[in-house]
Design a binder for this molecule. Structure first.
Ligand code: NAI
Ligand code: PHE
Length: 344
């Protein structure tokens, strides 16, 4: 069986939609992993891939992670994800029109799938998708009736995961004076770095886009190629998935890792290797669930913004505590423990 066939088998989800956009040649790939606990919800990712297979393999794993996030944080929602695979670069006008047509593909699913932003899309893009995709669109701009960007709530959850890990490793939740390395200072990474700076942490930041440096001129910036092997207390991958491999884990010089990005491990065996190295993990689909849960809470359940922040902090801490208890009881690494209750 080829890699795509294997990925579909491992995925074990409900529905995979492939819609060709005839005007541009782009593909809309929508993966509905589970609607058991409610409509499948998840962001729309727009970035380049080497080929369509790679885009499909990515969306399958990302949609599965969404089910895990909602389940782990005990929130009534199913999991899904979308990728817009766009082989050629488009003008702003053509890109906008493509997003409107993508909204029609979302609407065609009749509410089984609702989307929000992810890598390569923004609240402004959600406004465009909503022109034909409403009401199945989260995170529109406040001017258009949405709750805005999910990144601040995601970063809030990651921050609380860092506090939890710090308590376990160093005996204190306080992050003042701790050295925290962040790989990828995009939407989530920047909000997180700002919150950590306020808390008195020492930051080591890296981004392949050097223009990001001007957004935090007082932090220490390092070459993106070296961030994973820098000495630090806690490391937060906040760029793309698959960055923790057998090789990069062997080179880590930190005491704990918090998953900001989705699907940080190149394979499940790497999570076990991290554990063997004595590095404590806050699993990605728990640590980074705050955006999806918080925004869905605000827009679908009527939470106030303050309530969303409180719920995210409490639910992330509760899910992490549960993962560590299960890990202890069943002699599992924290990732295996979290997976055991997120997908049953
Ligand atoms: P973003 O696209 O705004 O930021 C990603 C940043 O990483 C960019 O600045 C990019 O230049 C940088 N980058 C890419 N490759 C890199 C590398 N090898 N080394 C260093 N920097 C690199 O995306 P966003 O929204 O901040 O998301 C980041 C990650 O968090 C993604 O994996 C996303 O799926 C995940 N996530 C995002 C959520 C959200 O609410 N935005 C929610 C949960 C997870
Ligand atoms: N990018 C978010 C995530 O990966 C997706 C999301 C945001 C879904 C907001 C719904 C609402 O978790």
């Amino acid at each position: 069986m080829n890699a795509l066939g294997q990925a579909i088998e491992v995925w074990n989800g409900e529905q995979l939609e492939l819609v060709r956009d005839l005007q541009t040649g782009a593909w809309f790939v929508i993966a509905i992993h589970s609607t058991q606990a409610g409509p499948a919800r998840g962001g729309t990712r727009m970035r380049s891939y080497p080929n369509l297979d790679a885009a499909v393999i990515d969306v399958l794993a990302l949609s599965r992670a969404m089910t895990g996030k909602f389940r782990a944080l005990d929130f009534p929602s199913g999991g899904g994800k979308a990728v817009i695979y766009q082989p050629s670069r488009l003008s702003q006008q053509d890109r906008d029109a493509l997003l409107v047509r993508f909204g029609a593909a979302v609407a065609n699913l009749g509410g089984r799938f609702a989307t929000g932003p992810d890598v390569g899309t923004s609240p402004r893009d959600m406004d465009l998708i909503a022109r034909r995709g409403a009401p199945h669109v989260f995170c529109r701009t406040p001017e258009n009736g949405g709750a805005g960007d999910s990144a601040p709530l995601t970063a809030h959850g990651v921050f609380h995961a860092l506090c939890n890990l710090s308590q376990r490793i160093f005996g204190s939740q306080q992050l003042a004076g701790r050295t925290i390395a962040i790989q990828g200072v995009g939407s989530v990474g920047l909000h997180l770095a700002t919150q950590l700076q306020k808390a008195g942490a020492k930051l080591l930041l890296a981004d392949t886009d050097r223009s990001r440096r001007s957004l935090m001129p007082n932090a220490t910036w390092v070459d993106a190629a070296t961030i994973l092997s820098r000495e630090c207390d806690l490391l937060v991958p906040c760029a793309l998935g698959g960055v923790l491999t057998t090789q990069t884990v062997s080179g880590l010089r930190c005491r704990g890792v918090v998953g900001g990005a989705n699907n940080i491990f190149a394979s499940p065996a790497v999570a076990a290797l991290l554990h063997q190295r004595g590095i404590l993990l806050a699993p990605d689909f728990i640590a980074n669930a705050g955006g999806a849960v918080g925004i869905t809470g605000i827009e679908a359940l009527g939470w106030s913004r303050q309530q969303a922040y409180d719920e995210v902090a409490n639910r992330v801490a509760h899910a992490l505590n549960r993962a560590y208890v299960v890990a202890q009881q069943r002699s599992l690494d924290p990732m295996a423990a979290a997976l055991s209750f997120a997908y049953t």
